[in-house]
Design a protein. Structure first.
Ligand code: DC
Length: 236
């Protein structure tokens, strides 16, 4: 079985609302791989930054905080999702609140902060027994530049906005379409224009536009790429 730095890694990058999380989770479950959500790790650190009243623009202070922070991820009981722990506390719900979403791009823009979280991401991936599906913005370009399979999921801004709105409404957050569209545009801009590890398509990534694809079809496409790379047998 081909390995990447000793590990089997499927790296999935893409902007907010591209379907990354849902697809990565389901593909990991099909393949029997661990699922690692790097965005949730930046969100967990952001939650701590906000709780501690640290300025989101203050990279050195955030780095200090990050160095004293333990962020862990574990599969939930059904193995269909990941639970994110911040210093031992389950923060999976809190990290999705609008305050965190509004501040996470600023917190994740500091190179010294990213270095700490990237190390943690590599460590967690190294713990995976069989292999890992890891998703984020820079996992195929920076975290695992030699990942076995790299995928970039994309979708039109209108589709991504609609998906995000539905997700937020489903989790009980009261928002309107224009606000979600604004938030997505702002976050796209910050995430793709920052100096440290901006959102980019890796040269060897398979680009999948999910605008007109269902989730099961997208998961199937990812599993097919894994099979082509020899990471799974025909029975999967
Ligand atoms: O995937 P998400 O929406 O949960 O990610 C939240 C933010 O975290 C995203 O706007 C930018 C940042 N992020 C990052 O900088 N690098 C990653 N690998 C993943 C997320």
């Amino acid at each position: 079985m081909p390995r990447s730095s000793g590990r089997v890694v499927i790296a999935i990058d893409g902007p907010a609302g591209s379907g990354k999380s849902t697809v990565a989770k389901q593909a990991a479950q099909r393949l029997g791989f661990d699922y690692i959500d790097t965005g949730a790790m930046y969100r967990a650190l952001t939650l701590k930054v906000l709780h501690n009243g640290v300025d989101v623009a203050n990279g050195p202070s955030i780095k200090e905080l990050a160095a004293q922070t333990v962020i862990e991820q574990e599969a939930d009981l059904e193995g269909a999702d990941v639970v994110t722990f911040l210093d031992g506390e389950d923060v999976s719900c809190e990290i999705r609140l609008p305050d965190v979403t509004g501040a996470v791009s600023a917190v994740s823009s500091h190179p010294e902060v990213r270095r700490i979280l990237v190390e943690r991401q590599r460590y967690l991936t190294g713990q995976a027994e069989k292999g890992a599906v890891i998703e984020g913005r820079d996992v195929g370009t920076v975290v695992f530049p030699d990942a076995t399979v790299k995928i970039y999921l994309d979708a039109s801004p209108a589709t991504r906005t609609k998906r995000r709105l539905i997700d937020m409404q489903a989790s009980g957050v009261d928002v309107d379409l224009a606000d979600v569209a604004d938030a997505i545009t702002t976050r796209d801009k910050l995430d793709s224009t920052r100096v440290a590890s901006p959102l980019q398509i890796a040269a060897d990534a398979h680009v999948i536009d999910t605008s007109n694809m269902t989730i099961p079809a997208t998961v199937e496409a990812v599993v097919e790429l894994a099979k082509e790379a020899g990471l799974a047998g025909p029975e999967v």
